[in-house]
Design a protein around this ligand. Structure first.
Ligand SMILES: Cc1cc2nc3c(=O)[nH]c(=O)nc-3n(C[C@H](O)[C@H](O)[C@H](O)COP(=O)(O)OP(=O)(O)OC[C@H]3O[C@@H](n4cnc5c(N)ncnc54)[C@H](O)[C@@H]3O)c2cc1C
Length: 385
């Protein structure tokens, strides 16, 4: 039979099956169908768009020049709101489906949406050890750029899609926070457009009240248009030590002790039951033992939390060397494929279990802009240092 005919028959059978089961059943219980047929292709298109966009911006080196214009555009929108009498409140116009948070704010429908189209890294100043970024620059973008030129953020929240704006205005934490604090503690300056349309810069010394009030303010004080963030030298690898710990008291004690030990640059615990956990401690290094290298970010590697679970059985502990960027984004793949909205008892459920295949390479390794910017951002920044 003609392959097209086969395909046609399959499509008809598929549609009949959806009709019999009901669309609700398919979307809730067979999410993989929705993911494979719609979400994945749409996500590829979305990423290609941003890839091309990053390429054009690199070619014309326009990010810093465009920044002032974009700020003026936000000021214009705020002034318009004032002229309209400021009847409703303002909020950021970023749609809920773009954010990492599972909540889609209903207020976005009723408030005046201010469109903040600012997603670039503006400047890396290696002398001052500071990177200046726009609020929608994501952690994937930031590591792609900084790590490629030998720098990194002291606190690098691990999901690629988390944005600087969300981490400052919401919250941000990582496995190095026992040394450096929360994401806001590595920020040295914020630039905001306030409700009167003015542009204000604040630091520890300049407008310091505003500076200390911005973190966790969820956009209530103004619109963030840029942030300056501390950077530190990066190393190639993270030497990661895995230690299985049994018993809740022992888990808490080990975690507290390892966090107090400032030689550990990274401390993380993954708990698999009330009494079983693996506590991981890491340090950055340029030298790796070749037989202990594990590039956990590759698409064919198991999800990180599944990989770590294996060490529960190894009471003697184990050591691995993980490429720095792979370490930073170690949970990105599994979070994306696993997470579903709370249903009954189970908050975390599996959407797809067979994602370690090449066909899923796109969304697995480059959920939003991690790889796509890698080639361009490195070059772009070198031009701006
Ligand atoms: C599944 C999941 C995993 C997570 N993992 C981590 C993690 O590993 N590490 C971690 O630190 N956190 C994590 N978080 C928490 C996350 O950091 C916060 O939810 C963060 O605020 C989300 O960032 P976002 O970029 O999606 O921001 P958004 O959700 O878009 O924004 C957060 C808040 O900031 C405000 N805001 C954003 N940009 C601006 C702006 N330019 N001007 C004014 N206000 C603004 C928004 O209005 C909103 O109130 C996780 C959350 C989820 C749901």
């Amino acid at each position: 039979m003609d392959p097209l005919l086969y395909l046609g028959v399959l499509v008809i059978l598929f549609l009949l099956w959806i009709k019999v089961k009901g669309i609700d059943y398919v979307i809730i219980h067979q999410r993989w169908i929705f993911v494979c047929l719609f979400l994945l292709p749409l996500s590829v298109i979305f990423d290609v768009y941003y890839y091309v966009r990053a390429w054009i911006i690199f070619k014309v080196c326009s990010a810093p020049k465009l920044h002032d214009q974009r700020v003026r555009d936000i000021q214009r929108q705020v002034c318009e709101w004032q002229k309209e009498g400021g009847k409703t409140r303002m909020c950021t116009g970023r749609p809920g489906w773009l954010t990492v948070s599972l909540r889609v704010g209903k207020y976005k429908k009723t408030h005046k949406n201010i469109m903040i189209n600012m997603m670039d890294i503006l400047e890396v100043d290696t002398k001052r050890q500071v990177v200046r970024v726009e609020p929608l620059a994501s952690m994937g973008q930031v590591t792609a750029l900084l790590n490629s030129i030998g720098w990194t953020l002291p606190v690098l929240p691990e999901l690629d899609d988390l944005t600087v704006g969300g981490l400052v205005m919401g919250t941000g934490i990582e496995s190095s926070s026992h040394i450096y604090g929360l994401f806001q503690h590595i920020c040295v300056a914020y630039e905001l457009v306030l409700a009167d349309g003015s542009l204000v810069r604040c630091t520890e010394k300049e407008n310091s009240e505003l500076f200390y009030s911005v973190p966790w303010s969820c956009g209530t004080l103004g619109f963030l248009v840029a942030a300056e963030i501390r950077i530190i030298p990066a190393r190639k690898w993270v030497k990661l030590r895995y230690k299985a710990v049994h018993g809740l008291d022992a888990i808490c004690k080990t975690f507290a002790e390892e966090s107090a030990n400032k030689d550990n640059q990274f401390v993380e615990g993954l708990q698999y039951s009330l009494n079983e956990a693996v506590i991981m401690t890491g340090t950055m290094t340029d030298n790796a033992e070749p037989d202990k290298i594990n590039r956990i970010g590759h698409y064919y590697k198991p999800w990180f939390f599944k990989h770590v679970e294996k060490f529960l059985k190894e009471d003697s502990g184990a050591v691995e060397y993980i490429p720095l960027r792979h370490y930073y984004h170690r949970h990105t793949r599994s979070i994306f494929w696993e997470l579903q909205v709370n249903q009954g008892k189970h908050i975390i459920r599996t959407i797809l279990t067979f994602t370690n295949a090449f066909v899923f390479v796109h969304r697995i390794y480059a959920p939003s802009g991690a790889q796509r910017c890698e080639q361009f951002c490195g070059l772009r920044t070198r031009l701006q240092i």
